[in-house]
Design a protein around this ligand. Sequence first.
Ligand code: ZN
Length: 157
Amino acid sequence: MEKVLKITQEGDPILRKKSEAVKNPENPEVKKLITDMVVTMKRASGIGLAAPQVGHSLRIFTVNIEDKIYVFINPEIKDISEEKIPFEEGCLSVQKIWGSVIRPKKLTIKALNENGKKVKIRAKGLLARVIQHEMDHLNGTLFIDKAEKLSKIEENK
Ligand SMILES: [Zn+2]
C-alpha cells in the first residue's frame, strides 16, 4: 500500500546531512520509498521532494512538473549554464518562508530512474530550478542558505 510520509522540518539534523548513494536501486525497499515519495509529494502539492525530507538519507529525489513525474536516483549535474537567473523558491521542509535564489538557468542531469535505467535530461526553466533545489537537499543545503532575502507569509487572522 502507498503511504503518505511525514515531511521533516527545518531543524531536523537529517536535512543537514550529506545523503548516501543508493547501492541497489532494484531493492524493494528503495522502490517502496520512491512510490511513497511520489504520493507524499503530490499530496503536499509539492513540485519536488528529496529523500532526506521524508527521513531517508539517500540520494533520491522526485519532481512533479506539469503532471509529469520524474525520479532521479544518484543524480549528477553537468554542463551548468553560465547564465544565472533569480527565482522565488519555497520548500516543504521550511514552511511559510519564500525567497529569491540565483541559480544557473540550464543544466544536464544524469541519474538512474525508478526502473534503475540511466537517464540524461537537458533541463531549463522550472525543471532546472527544481532539480538544483532538490540536489541541494542531498548535500544538506536548504534554499534559505542561498536566498537573497527571505519573506515570511503571515497567517490570515
Ligand atoms: Zn526543499
